[in-house]
Design a protein around this ligand. Sequence first.
Ligand code: MOS
Length: 732
Amino acid sequence: MSQRVTVNLGIPEAPREVTVVIPDDEPIPWQLGDHFAIVGAETPRVDGPAKATGAARYTYDIALPGMLYGAIVRSPYPRAHVKNVDLTRAMRIPGVRAALTITDGEIRFAGQEVAAVAAISSDIAADALARIKVDYEPLPFVVEMDAASADGAPSVFSGSNVGKPQISNHGDVERALAAAQYRIEATYTTPVQTHVSLETHGAVAHFDGGALTVWCSTQGVFTVRDDLAVLFNLPPDKVRVITDYLGGGFGSKFGASPEIVIAARLAKESGAPVKLMLPRGDEHLATGNRPNAEQKVRFGADASGKLVAIDLVQRGSGGIGAGSGSAGPFKMVYPCPNVRTEERNVYTNAGPSSPMRAPGWPQGAFALEMAMDEMARKLKLDRLEFRRRNNSNPVRAIELELGARAFGWPEKSAAPKSSGPIRRGIGVACAAWHAVGASGPEALAIAYRDGRVEIRCGTQDIGTGTRTALAIVAAEELGLPIAQISAEIGDTRYPFSLPSGGSMSSPSNTPAIRQAAAHLKAKLFKIAAPALGAEPSDLEARDGAIRVRFDPARRVAFKDVCRRIPGDSISAGGERIPNYAAYRPDQAGCQFAEVEVDTETGVARVLRVVAVHDAGTMIDPLTSRSQINGGVLMGIGYALFETRRMDPQIGLMVNPTMDDYKLVGPLDVPQIDVMFLNVFNGGTNTGVLGIGEVAHVASAAAVACAVSDAIGAPIRALPMTPDRILAALEHA
Ligand code: MOS
């Protein structure tokens, strides 16, 4: 049976009544005017103490009796034919328990897996690696996008290295451009960025009586389980994957990647548990990256300051991987009647790309927002005003006003740019995303006789605070303090959930948790009702008690209700039903940046960032703010420092270390002010939207616009290193 309910969604400034048809047992979506006990309050992470004390167990911390240590031989050549792999000398070393050939065919990038060993210590494993003899026949290669696109370039696979264009077209861009009063045209480039998860990729694998257990650093325990079940020909229930804690993934940790499979193969071969965590250098070479991009942008605008045409011709290289497209922001951020985008992958002999925090979007947003600035200057319009005129999202409209006020945009725009050799600049950029989540996850809520509540869901916390968000939702529904809830996640023995990607974890899992908690509550109401002389339907759970809604003095403590549970516990399941009618299908954000540029050294420094975002129903501003801080910092690194450098002569990455691959450090951290707009979005019973990716979309763009503003000329290439800044200053 279903129910039809009308809920008041959105924001107080622009509310909307939305009628939804939902199953009878689905909680009514949280809406404007609801009063919350814990949702929306600043709740510290439930696992903060475990992380701070070192009690939290990451894959790196797993140690099993008799465990071996695995290591991987990687190709030193960007392209080669493997003629022979000789493992015999390695196997003769005492303490080596298994050795495997991984590839005996074609090598397509330097860093590709060739062979692997397992030994009783990591030192012995390293010795064994050195004794594996591989005969390579080096072949011609190409690691740069231009060279790979040229006629006669060595083929990375077969035929042309330039993929088929992906074209999207609405309206008539050429006509609109020809008719436009104002036009700009520019080409923007961005580098390859690597994920640099603080916890490297890896696994501990253990075969025991025909069952495989794997602890691994993954964003998707069920995906890894299913991949391994196929590869090892096991039924899925004979594969258990556990990720209790994970130190960052950012999109690089989906599925059974090579090191996980190799750990399991070595465990099978040796008959002992095997731990295989990658060294830092391998992370840069082989576990994924954000492809580079070259984006040719043409804009047309009319005299009223409205965009009339957007044209993007993009190509990018994810090495042997695809997915370099960057058109998303061009199609979604500023509405325009004529938009054409063309995206192309170029294959090179470099490590495979993988999704990375809003795949395609930071690079697209950089080009889009730089072009917005260039057009605003042509129109002689304030750059913020130009964005206002081209925005149609009421949520973003408010965000832009809030942000401009907090940042002091008008004052800073009017202030003088330079004092001595230091010049200041400001920038603003917009973000969009669509993290409404999906059905699939299930959850279990269990109340024990001692009053504890446990929720179980097989999602994983990739560092974003998932445990905390789930516990908050259960605590709210059950009217309990969060300390009474324990959130058990990261195990394929728990109810099914989806991979943590696409900012989907909170919007996909919290509704299942809430439904499970509501079902559990209904069972507890039945137990409590006779003692309260009331009907179960007259009860509510609040402040640690179950009480009569219209007579709150008639109450019984939650713990006392639990004492009446027959047996030891009582449990209820919940499922994440498909999305239903919502306030919006997307979310908005904007970020303002202020920088200073030293015109003598070319060093740019970010002074302040104001980030304004919408996360749907706000569950926990504390954890959400951490997400935004992380997105901003990653964006500063992308704007100013990070780049994977390949030597075109030898085909190798020359900076695969933490020293040479420049990340943001503590001294680069500016003042970051985060503001949220609480948007009751509906669509699910919680209306929560994910923010991991939208947090990062506009960050580099805002910084890039600010640096260009300081210099007085656009810098059209990231990262904005001192040499580029000095060259731009000279040019200006
Ligand atoms: Mo993300 S790039 O979907 O982890």
